[in-house]
Design a binder for this molecule. Structure first.
Ligand SMILES: NC(=O)C1=CN([C@@H]2O[C@H](COP(=O)(O)OP(=O)(O)OC[C@H]3O[C@@H](n4cnc5c(N)ncnc54)[C@H](OP(=O)(O)O)[C@@H]3O)[C@@H](O)[C@H]2O)C=CC1
Ligand SMILES: CC(C)(CO)C(=O)C(=O)O
Length: 297
């Protein structure tokens, strides 16, 4: 793919992840065109040791978009299909859309909204928390993993020299499923209404390990190469985290917003079903998350 060393960049969804990416680009003089649902005069990122203010405006009117971009970062929740018109406004058939969402199905979910341009999935490792004043607290290193595709070079060019590091994975499927397992078990925080501190409990550790082993079997059937130690490593990771570290799906639950239960938990149950793998823990967790998301009641 022929691409400029300085791709034009737009970003849709200036929330926890979107603000982090906008700030990373702004710091190196590559401020993206920012598109969202709510008007914000500026975006603010706090991290250990400093803060970055990204000047607005956040564009909320599609009519303001007069040209197409080389690269669009899509950082809305996977539940927000209402953001799709932004993609028509911002993308030509050559635009690379880099999806900054959790899950292993980004390509399938986003491609229908594009006119054939490349969709680049990513694994987003950074823990970012949106505060009540809409500023964002980045609680760790900013890092993405991308698959090795012709479109990847556009993202590497846009993010070179920024605070967001990028790894390119030859076996992206395995990395994406590894992160999916972490997200799936984080769903238990929604059901308990608690943050990472809950993983100090031995009963939660036991449940988490059983759920993760179920997810691991499905991940392997889907082509991921992941070792037997992964469930314990993921639980260890939560146990090492600050007790007050949340997860984006818990933030949504606490704010009464729709939950990404399907792309983070439902996917394990769906893939298990299609491959004849029993998923008894998913069969309990998924309906509870779905009901928490959508009711009724
Ligand atoms: N937060 C985290 O630490 C991590 C999140 N992720 C994943 O990243 C993705 C994004 O999550 P996160 O940043 O936490 O989500 P947030 O809810 O913080 O941000 C979403 C943003 O999208 C905007 N938005 C909503 N609807 C629309 C629309 N129709 N058009 C344009 N913009 C819209 C919201 O607007 P408004 O300003 O009005 O709210 C908000 O700015 C999710 O898939 C999540 O699972 C992955 C790793 C870590
Ligand atoms: C921060 C992290 C990794 C925790 O599960 C995440 O992916 C999220 O909050 O959605």
């Amino acid at each position: 793919m022929m691409m400029s060393e300085n791709p034009t960049v737009a970003l849709v969804g200036p929330g926890a992840i979107g603000t982090t990416m906008a700030a990373a680009l702004h710091e190196v003089g590559r401020t993206p065109t920012i598109c969202g649902r709510s008007a914000h005069e500026r975006l603010e990122l706090r991290y250990s040791g400093g803060r970055v203010v990204v000047p607005g405006p956040v564009r909320i009117d599609l009519a303001e978009i007069k040209n197409k971009f080389d690269l669009v970062f899509l950082a809305v929740k996977s539940t927000r299909v209402a953001a799709a018109p932004w993609l028509s406004a911002l993308c030509s058939a050559k635009t690379v859309v880099c999806v900054l969402q959790n899950g292993v199905e980004q390509k399938t979910l986003v491609a229908p909204y594009l006119s054939g341009g490349p969709v680049l999935p990513s694994v987003v490792w950074l823990p970012a928390q949106r505060e009540p004043d809409a500023s964002v607290w980045l609680r760790g290193e900013a890092r993405l993993t991308l698959p090795d595709t012709p479109a990847t070079s556009v993202v590497l060019a846009a993010l070179r020299g920024t605070r967001c590091s990028v790894d390119v994975a030859v076996d992206f499927t395995s990395v994406a499923w590894r992160k999916l397992l972490q997200n799936a078990v984080a769903g238990l925080m929604v059901l308990a209404g608690r943050r990472a501190g809950m993983f100090a409990r031995t009963d939660i550790t036991r449940l988490s390990l059983a759920y993760l082993r179920e997810c691991l079997e499905v991940a392997r059937a889907e082509g991921a190469t992941l070792g037997d130690a992964v469930p314990q490593e993921i639980v260890d990771g939560f146990q090492r985290s600050p007790a007050d570290l949340g997860t984006s799906i818990l933030a949504d639950r606490q704010a009464g917003r729709p939950l990404e239960w399907d792309c983070r938990n439902g996917v394990v149950q769906r893939c298990g079903l299609s491959r004849g793998i029993p998923t008894p823990i998913s069969d309990l967790v998924v309906p509870l998350l779905a009901a928490a998301s959508a009711g009724p009641g």
